[in-house]
Ligand binder design. Structure first.
Ligand SMILES: *Cc1c(COP(=O)(O)O)cnc(C)c1O
Length: 222
């Protein structure tokens, strides 16, 4: 399926009104599709699988900002640590420690988001809200050098119930504001919203959406 450029252009205009950044989720899609959007001036792309990301990184222009949005295994951190722009799905302190270790080795700062579990589904990874506040305190205490936590990431329940989706996004927005205001952490990024639910997300205060199938067409696997 070809990249839907007219949808992309409309989406960019819509997101500008909300000051939200688009991460174009290119997982399972060929490098040609990424180059199609690159030619439109797009630079932020999201991938879920380390090996796939690494192949694309090698093949594609070096000014692309690569977002890792999948579930990251600790033993794979070193593969993407040299070039990854933002790791969205940090969901354990052991992972945070591993990212910090690699970042220190590389003498490079790595930006991350903490993933918060806001959905009903068991399958979605992430911290609960109390854990996030604890971790934020540990980060503030300097426990994870060379890692900058830029904010939070969350995924809503996969459902037609739009009120439920909005309530979940709003709960993450409230936590985001609380950490900023009460704990004095300069959070900047609230990553929430995908093809089906991004409008609810930006209306709830998301400033980074991760959109794949609406731009690139549906995926066969997964
Ligand atoms: C695949 C994926 C997306 C994009 O989903 P679409 O429904 O194709 O827009 C966004 N976020 C995460 C974490 C994903 O795994």
């Amino acid at each position: 399926m070809p990249v839907n450029k007219s949808y992309y252009r409309t989406l960019i205009n819509e997101l500008q009104k909300h000051d939200a950044t688009l991460v174009a989720v290119s997982k399972t899609k060929p490098v040609e599709d990424i180059l199609d959007l690159y030619a439109e001036g797009h630079r932020d792309f999201g991938e879920n699988y380390v090996n796939e990301l690494n192949e694309k990184y090698k093949a594609l222009p070096k000014d692309i900002r690569w977002h890792f949005i999948g579930h990251l295994q600790r033993n794979k951190v070193k593969v993407i640590a040299p070039y990854v722009h933002l790791i969205h799905g940090v969901d354990s302190e052991r992972l945070l420690a591993e990212i910090s270790k690699e970042a220190v080795k590389l003498n490079r700062n790595i930006d991350v988001l903490l993933q918060v579990h806001i959905a009903d589904e068991e399958t979605k990874f992430g911290f609960d809200k109390a854990e996030v506040i604890d971790i934020v305190k540990n980060i503030k205490a300097g426990n994870y050098p060379s890692v900058s936590v830029q904010g939070l990431m969350g995924m809503a329940t996969f459902t037609d119930n739009t009120e439920k989706i909005q309530a979940e996004f709003q709960s993450l927005r409230i936590l985001f504001d609380e950490i900023k205001n009460t704990h004095g952490i300069p959070f900047k990024i609230l990553s929430m919203g995908m093809s089906a639910d991004y409008l609810y997300a930006v209306r709830s205060g998301s400033n980074m959406v991760r959109i794949g199938s609406a731009i690139f067409g549906s995926r066969n696997s997964n």
